[in-house]
Design a protein around this ligand. Structure first.
Ligand SMILES: [Zn+2]
Length: 214
């Protein structure tokens, strides 16, 4: 299912839970956001609405890295031309410039997502060792290396996410965060199931124990 549909269903679930529990309008708004985010979360394992929203565009790193690599090489060549010699230092700089150009050509959007996750982990450490932020970053780093519709679309992914939600709920004293987030996440797994006509592939809910697609 498309990201926008997952988002809409997650938001609806959050609003529904808020209305059912007759909470304050501001809390309904918060539940809508949490439900929507949770509804998108499993798709952090692919390039899409969720990952692109939180990830810096790869061109932000790609182009400067390539330009810097070219500059390093040109400057080294210029130095060697002026000095009329090539020494180890100049050769080293040329190799470093070459590595920078090479790196810039292999950076993908998913690697940018990995960097984003690492950044969030470091942020969590900086903010007084906030465990839920650290775990959130770890979830994102792991998701960025997983094939699409694998562990993030399983009971394991859901459990990991539930632990993050629970810790966030406790840390921020936000009653309802856990349940809304879990419902939003489950809504994603259900709407990605093979029994629905728009899904060609299903979800391996019990991976890695039982790799059957549902
Ligand atoms: Zn999905």
């Amino acid at each position: 299912m498309k990201g926008s549909s997952h988002l809409a269903i997650g938001v609806a679930a959050g609003v529904g839970i808020g209305l059912y529990n007759q909470v304050e309008p501001i809390t309904i708004g918060l539940f809508a956001i949490v439900g929507g985010v949770a509804g998108l979360f499993p798709d952090l394992d692919t390039n899409g609405v969720a990952s692109n929203k939180i990830t810096l565009s790869k061109s932000l790193l790609k182009i400067p890295l390539m330009v810097m690599g070219i500059c390093v090489i040109l400057y080294s060549l210029f130095e060697s031309f002026m000095a009329l010699r090539i020494d180890l230092q100049i050769m080293g700089s040329i190799i470093i410039g070459g590595i920078m150009i090479l790196l810039s050509s292999v950076i993908t959007q998913k690697r940018m997502l990995s960097f984003t996750g690492v950044g969030i982990v470091m942020g969590g450490i900086a903010i007084d060792m906030s465990y839920w932020i650290i775990l959130l970053g770890i979830y994102i780093v792991i998701a960025s290396f997983l094939p699409h519709r694998s562990y993030t679309h399983s009971i394991i992914g859901l459990s990991f996410f539930a632990v993050i939600l629970y810790m966030a709920q406790e840390a921020m004293n936000l009653e309802g965060l856990l349940i809304v987030g879990i419902v939003g996440y489950i809504s994603h797994l259900i709407t990605d199931m093979k029994c629905l006509p728009m899904n060609r592939r299903g979800v391996k809910l019990f991976a890695p124990v039982w790799n059957k697609e549902f």
